[in-house]
Ligand binder design. Structure first.
Ligand SMILES: [Zn+2]
Length: 364
């Protein structure tokens, strides 16, 4: 048998796309580790993620939701739909400029786009194609299309249409089958674990159908639902059933004989998950682990602490008693830096949980 080159693969540091992205995904699955996919909204959340990846010797995935992209452009920008496109482009260009200098591989991704947000993805594609003509690389490694609320035929037909366009510039797609519970940036409904929750569990037959329709079109990953939920809630009635991932892999492998884990699986709603169950999903070909709620809290919590400790500096520019200037306390870099360090520390934990620490493929 030929040696498994995925275990010794090396890539140039920086944003990875096309075949390099495929190499990275295969290395994760072969090496039984996953990369945290961190939702970012500004330069601080991006830089804190790059800092954490670099100090852990790990590769990482950065992703923007439509709201995150809009925020990057400026919440006050008058045309919200345009802001979602331009903010995504601007954030991606920042990452392209910085990532290679942090010395790790970075995957650039966008998060849930439902039917209404297809024009957002197409707008990003217009810019991605222009960037490709300029640099030979797309802006993003992969876009997500979440049409899980539509009939599966419609979901897959749209994914196929957009994947054809994406693969022409070395991009991949992430699709969703079944519904991730809870809400992510306005997509998805209220989390109600007392209701009928059968849609929270993807059917392996649906995954097989997607595999058969998309595998010859381009590179794709699947967010399959196994009871995972966006956000962090009190423990409820929805149980994580990672065996759904295992059964989906087994069904596709049995029909198509493409190795033990033919599917590239994505774990949505990773925040607050049980560490044992995270580890179990690594056996079933999960290479991308979405984390948003936990890193949001880790970013904000130190700011609250900082404001508590220096509360006068957030009310007065000068100490009312001593006339001492408070500038060095209210300088936004001070509390934003505390936030960045909080987020990076949470990511230190994620890299260990996902078995990704020290496993960057970046060389040179
Ligand atoms: Zn999600």
């Amino acid at each position: 048998m030929a040696p498994d080159t995925t275990l010794t693969a090396s890539l140039k540091p920086g944003v990875v796309t096309g075949k390099d992205y495929e190499t990275l995904v295969h290395a994760c699955k072969a090496g039984r580790y996953a990369l945290p996919a961190v939702n970012v909204t500004n330069t601080s959340t991006i830089n804190a993620t790059l800092e954490a990846a670099a100090r852990n010797g790990a590769d990482v995935i950065l992703q923007l939701s439509n709201g995150g992209a809009q925020f990057y452009a400026g919440q006050g920008f008058p045309d919200g739909a345009l802001a979602k496109v331009l903010g995504g482009v601007s954030a991606a260009r920042h990452v392209h400029t910085m990532a290679e200098h942090y010395g790790v591989c970075v995957v650039l991704h966008t998060d849930h786009a439902n039917k209404k947000l297809i024009p957002w993805v197409e707008g990003l594609m217009d810019h991605g194609e222009a960037f490709y003509r300029e640099t030979g690389k797309p802006l993003f490694s992969s876009h997500m299309l979440d049409l899980s609320e539509e009939p599966i035929e419609e979901n897959l037909a749209e994914c196929e249409r957009l994947l054809k366009r994406m693969q022409a510039i070395g991009m991949a797609i992430e699709i969703e089958l079944g519904v991730t519970g809870g809400e992510e940036d306005g997509i998805g409904g209220e989390y109600d674990d007392s209701a009928d929750n059968s849609k929270l569990y993807t059917q392996p037959e649906d995954v097989l159908q997607a595999f058969e329709q998309l595998r010859d079109i381009g590179f794709f990953s699947v967010a399959a639902s196994f009871g995972n939920v966006h956000g962090v809630y009190k423990p409820g009635n929805v149980k994580l059933r990672p065996e759904i991932l295992k059964n989906s892999q087994a069904l596709v492998a049995e029909r198509h004989g493409d190795g033990p884990n033919p599917l590239n699986l994505v774990f949505h709603g990773g925040s607050g998950s049980d560490k044992g169950q995270i580890t179990e999903t690594l056996d079933y070909g999960v290479f991308k682990f979405n984390i948003d709620t936990d890193t949001q809290f880790a970013f904000s919590e130190p700011v609250g602490k900082y404001v508590d400790e220096h509360s006068a500096a957030f009310k007065y520019q000068v100490d009312p008693q001593t006339d001492e200037p408070y500038k060095k306390f209210y300088d936004p870099r001070k509390w934003l830096r505390a936030a960045e360090l909080g987020q990076a520390t949470r990511l230190d934990e994620a890299f260990v949980d996902l078995n990704a620490k020290g496993r960057s493929l970046a060389r040179g």
